[in-house]
Design a protein around this ligand. Structure first.
Ligand SMILES: Cc1cc2nc3c(=O)[nH]c(=O)nc-3n(C[C@H](O)[C@H](O)[C@H](O)COP(=O)(O)O)c2cc1C
Length: 231
């Protein structure tokens, strides 16, 4: 996919606060300039297939703390693009106007059993427009490190607040994906907290994304969005 827009550096407020506390109390913990730059590079914003779909466009908008959800958004966008759609993949903060889109896929990393606040805010701000177009949601989380019925049910519940708050937006599907645990991307304090939590839960550091599952979901999504667009 061709890179067309600026990349953005966003540090989740939790991480900033934790990082600041870490810096004050422990003399370390904030991202080094090199790591900050590396993180900045990670927030993908791409476009593909422009002009392909009779002027119609699909938005894949995402919220991410460490960057891996952007790569999931990108993979989803690529599948939709390969099936003939014109797609923009964007950070939710970058999308100011939905008028050029006919369909939208919105996703986020999960923190504290919820979508990141900026993803929730995005749906809130655009709820009227989103209620009038085919929409799908997705999330990435570590609850799905082991995928079974209880973990899938728990992961699905992370979307309940969004579904409850904005019932007028009715997703045609919800993708639930395992994410990434990379301690090197976390500030000192958050790293310590996560290490303790993940040890307890038996989740090892690593990239737990299942690309086949992500692409399979996106392929199915294509026909669901398509049917609704035509209907
Ligand atoms: C501070 C923090 C809190 C998290 N909280 C949860 C959580 O409550 N439930 C969960 O399943 N995963 C949780 N995760 C895991 C992330 O959702 C997962 O690592 C995701 O892939 C990160 O995506 P990103 O690289 O786009 O930020 C948390 C990760 C971090 C760093």
């Amino acid at each position: 996919m061709k890179k067309v827009t600026r990349r953005k550096f966003i540090v989740d407020s939790t991480m900033m606060t934790a990082g600041a506390i870490g810096a004050i109390t422990l003399g370390s913990g904030v991202l080094s300039p090199e790591k900050a730059q590396a993180a900045k590079e990670k927030f993908l914003e791409t476009s593909c297939g422009i002009g392909k779909d009779k002027g119609r466009k699909t938005l894949v908008a995402y919220a991410s703390d460490c960057g891996s959800t952007g790569e999931v958004a990108e993979a989803i966008g690529q599948v939709l693009c390969d099936s003939g759609m014109a797609v923009d993949v964007r950070l939710v903060e970058s999308v100011k106007d939905l008028s050029s889109y006919q369909t939208a896929v919105i996703g986020s990393a999960v923190h504290a059993d919820n979508w990141l606040p900026e993803a929730v805010k995005f749906v809130e701000t655009n709820r009227k427009v989103l209620s009038q177009m085919p929409v799908a949601y997705f999330l990435t989380c570590l609850t799905l490190y082991k995928s079974n019925e209880p973990t899938r049910s728990k992961a699905r519940s992370f979307l309940d607040p969004v579904l409850d708050m904005f019932p007028q937006v009715k997703p045609v599907d919800m993708g639930l994906f395992a994410g990434v645990l990379d301690y090197s991307k976390l500030s000192f304090v958050v790293r310590m907290v996560m290490k303790a939590k993940m040890k307890k839960k038996g989740v090892p550091e690593g990239d737990h994304r299942n690309w086949d599952a992500i692409r399979f979901w996106a392929k199915g999504l294509n026909s669901k969005l398509e049917v609704l667009r035509k209907g």
